[in-house]
Write a protein that binds this ligand. Sequence first.
Ligand SMILES: Cc1cc2nc3c(=O)[nH]c(=O)nc-3n(C[C@H](O)[C@H](O)[C@H](O)COP(=O)(O)OP(=O)(O)OC[C@H]3O[C@@H](n4cnc5c(N)ncnc54)[C@H](O)[C@@H]3O)c2cc1C
Length: 387
Amino acid sequence: MIFENTKTAFSIKKNSDLLKSKFIYKILSSPSLSKLGTSLIKFAIKIRFPIKRIVKTTLFNHFCAGENHKESLRTVRKLGDNNIFSVLDYSVEGGSKEESFEKFLSKKMKTIDFSNKNEYMPFVVFKPSCFGRSLLFMKLSNGDILLDKEKDEWEKVKNRFETVISHAINSKVKVMVDAEESWTQKIIDYLMEYLMKKYNQKEAWVFTTLQMYRKDRLSYLEKLIRKCKKENFKLGIKLVRGAYLEAENLRAQKMNYTSPICVNKSETDKNFDAAISIILKNLKKILLFIGTHNERSINSIIYWMRQNKIPKNHPNIWFAQLFGMGDHITFNLAKRKFRAVKYIPFGPFQEVLPYLIRRAEENSSVDSNSKRELELINAEIERRRVN
Ligand SMILES: Cc1cc2nc3c(=O)[nH]c(=O)nc-3n(C[C@H](O)[C@H](O)[C@H](O)COP(=O)(O)OP(=O)(O)OC[C@H]3O[C@@H](n4cnc5c(N)ncnc54)[C@H](O)[C@@H]3O)c2cc1C
């Protein structure tokens, strides 16, 4: 029942903030209103209609901490005061040109410097596609022969990964690498295994991401555990269900191969639960960073920790939710001294718009948690009214 405590969940929200959140979730929990809203935003962008003010005071402020580090710091501090860690995520879509990868690299280096100054920012994160072309990852994952210039390109990508990781480790910050589409992942797995072996000798500094909606990820996790035991290094695992369900199934259908994704949600859940159980049994070798808004999944870990007398703030178990979502989980976990984290998107308004639209679309899907969010916000408004 710990997630029902709305007083804790919304403790940093003023009444006016709560009303804004209510407005946003009211729209998001209605698929037709939400579709209309996102279509209007897309249209306004196309005809260059000035929408900054309205989107900034609503969607942007709800799902992003600011346009730059300085603006985001206020949020980081407020969360830190509530025992919540922050992972700043420069949420700008990766381009396809070398200069955009270099620009992203320099941003990431600055985020590491910024994180290093704040005890509540122990991690940084990046998407592989921010450091290299997805098509290149796909070619490598397929085992295709590279052209000479692509070989140079791949060397540059690997250097960017290593530059970020070594700078982060020197700054005592851990690095997580997101997982994207399955057709680009094989080469990322290979690279991440190499990097974890190289940098995680004594402590897990580098984290790979496992998307448990993939049918093959449980056996891959078992393989990784065997490898880290045999070759003597630690695993950093960010565990998620997976965000590219539609794109994965659509591509498989179009290209006539069996989808790598579980056939339904309950198969994904089974896979996710099984992965948690394997990881918890190997906690000495693994640092688990679990990214989910699923209360049942988190409750099952809490139950296991209690049964096995594992302290709440065990350094190898971290729970994370996205900024603007799941406050009832993050704040209530933090209050009980679990290691609770917010993934905090930030970036220049124009450049984070695609992220915001994606958030709006995902939150308005039928199986999203928007109704639950709205219910909790309403409960808190009512609680404040009668008190
Ligand atoms: C901190 C954090 C970091 C994240 N990092 C990444 C990342 O690096 N890469 C990434 O891909 N995602 C990432 N995600 C998103 C994550 O993968 C999920 O999409 C999202 O969190 C919703 O899953 P859930 O466990 O929170 O909730 P739930 O509502 O329990 O699960 C929803 C998920 O179940 C799965 N699912 C739903 N319907 C079906 C179906 N019919 N068949 C099979 N599976 C189904 C999908 O994965 C869907 O996203 C991250 C999420 C968080 C909170």
